[in-house]
Design a protein around this ligand. Structure first.
Ligand SMILES: [Zn+2]
Length: 134
């Protein structure tokens, strides 16, 4: 994604542009992918960036809150940032720590519970935990 695409996304999601936010967005929004904060920090360090860890965490929290990226909690202490923001399903490999998308058409529900009175289903997202090399 080009810098001008990112800037228009920032504008659309009401995110003030700073050099640090641009650096984080350029890595995470480069392609459809899932990254942990630590993976993003590693990439920034490899690229010679001096953005602090705290700034990266704050930036990711802001991105998640505004919806420019999607937060995927795989367990209470592991969170991924997903550049694909529409509701979708995942495999999470507990052995390798890899999070992978499941194509929408591969998940079918034969029955769902009735929604509580006065509410509608907004989205259904499945996380399937797997083990092994997969
Ligand atoms: Zn995903």
């Amino acid at each position: 994604m080009s810098r001008s695409d990112i800037l228009s996304l920032f504008e659309k999601y009401g995110i003030l542009s700073t050099p640090q936010r641009l650096e984080v967005a350029e890595i995470l929004l480069e392609k459809p992918q899932h990254m942990s904060a630590d993976q993003i920090i590693d990439r920034l360090r490899d690229a010679g960036s001096s953005v602090s860890k705290a700034t990266v965490y704050n930036t990711l929290n802001l991105f998640g809150a505004r919806g420019i990226v999607k937060e995927v909690m795989v367990d209470p202490v592991r969170k991924f940032y997903d550049s694909t923001t529409h509701p979708h399903h995942h495999f999470y490999n507990v052995d390798t720590g890899e999070l992978r998308d499941i194509p929408d058409e591969q998940v079918r529900f034969s029955e769902l519970p009735p929604m509580p009175d006065g509410s509608q289903s907004e989205s259904i997202e499945v996380l399937i935990r797997i083990r092994g090399e997969g």
